[in-house]
Design a protein around this ligand. Structure first.
Ligand SMILES: C[S@@+](CC[C@H](N)C(=O)[O-])C[C@H]1O[C@@H](n2cnc3c(N)ncnc32)[C@H](O)[C@@H]1O
Length: 244
């Protein structure tokens, strides 16, 4: 936990205040559409684990589409989750004009490492992870943990950056991710390294069939993936064998 927490947790703690604005601004709000599409591919269930919940954008979309009664989110960054908590507070429907608190039973947040989850086997009906997997120190450990805590028959849904196959789109993408994004990120977040790290983490990460191989290695079956916006992002779904 310590290395992950010290580096990844601290990095996201630093950029938390500007994370949402930069995400939506730099992607021209396309990231919202990706999250909508991702959640649309989930079956409705009782209890979802949102791994690397961050500022809770995926969780809010899960609630908005009525795909879960309860969401538990884990993350290594307290600051990202603090923003997520206030977002969930604002979103959740209120009764008698009383705002629900962050203790509202619908969504709970926990500081925990995706590679060592503090949950029993087969706890959750579904598991999600948006833009989290490429930050894991060990992808296979993270996916194995997702498999372990998922109930048989449950679905994992992962949204992650990928790499466009069209040469023209790829050239524009390279220019954007290698030069423009780190420069804008540096100025807005006032962090010298975070957005260079994000760029590197995207380019060195696996996508498409290669990512599917990792899902299968973790035990998942019925693996599918769908590219979004020329392959800039990809949504993956897979099942844990067993009775639904
Ligand atoms: C790019 S943000 C994505 C946040 C959110 N899911 C979203 O869609 O915007 C990545 C998040 O993953 C978290 N993270 C990275 N490695 C993690 C790990 N091993 N365990 C738990 N969270 C992790 C970071 O702290 C950060 O909040």
């Amino acid at each position: 936990m310590s290395n992950d927490k010290q580096y990844i947790g601290a990095l996201f703690d630093r950029i938390a205040p500007t994370y949402d604005g930069l995400n939506h601004g730099l992607s021209l709000n396309i990231d919202r559409r990706w999250r909508r599409k991702t959640v649309a591919l989930m079956p409705p269930v009782e209890h979802v684990l949102d791994v690397a919940i961050g500022t809770a954008d995926l969780t809010v979309e899960i609630l908005r589409q009525g795909k879960a009664q309860r969401v538990t989110g884990i993350d290594l960054s307290e600051q990202m989750m603090a923003i997520g908590k206030s977002k969930v507070e604002k979103y959740l429907p209120t009764t008698n004009d009383q705002r629900p608190t962050t203790n509202d039973p619908k969504v709970s947040f926990l500081l925990a490492n995706a590679q060592q989850m503090p949950y029993e086997d087969q706890t959750f009906d579904a598991v999600t992870c948006a833009f989290g997997c490429r930050n894991f120190q060990n992808l296979d450990e993270g996916l194995s943990e997702m498999y372990r805590v998922l109930k048989p028959g449950g679905q994992v849904t992962v949204l992650e950056f990928s790499y466009p196959s069209n040469p023209f789109v790829r050239a524009v993408y390279d220019l954007y991710f290698t030069h423009l994004l780190p420069a804008i990120g540096r100025v807005v977040s006032r962090d010298k390294t975070a957005y260079t790290y994000l760029n590197r983490s995207v380019k060195s990460f696996c996508w498409g069939e290669a990512f599917v191989q990792h899902l299968r290695q973790a035990g998942f079956r019925d693996t599918r993936f769908q590219t979004l916006t020329f392959g800039i992002a990809t949504v993956y779904t897979a099942k844990k064998n067993g009775k639904w």
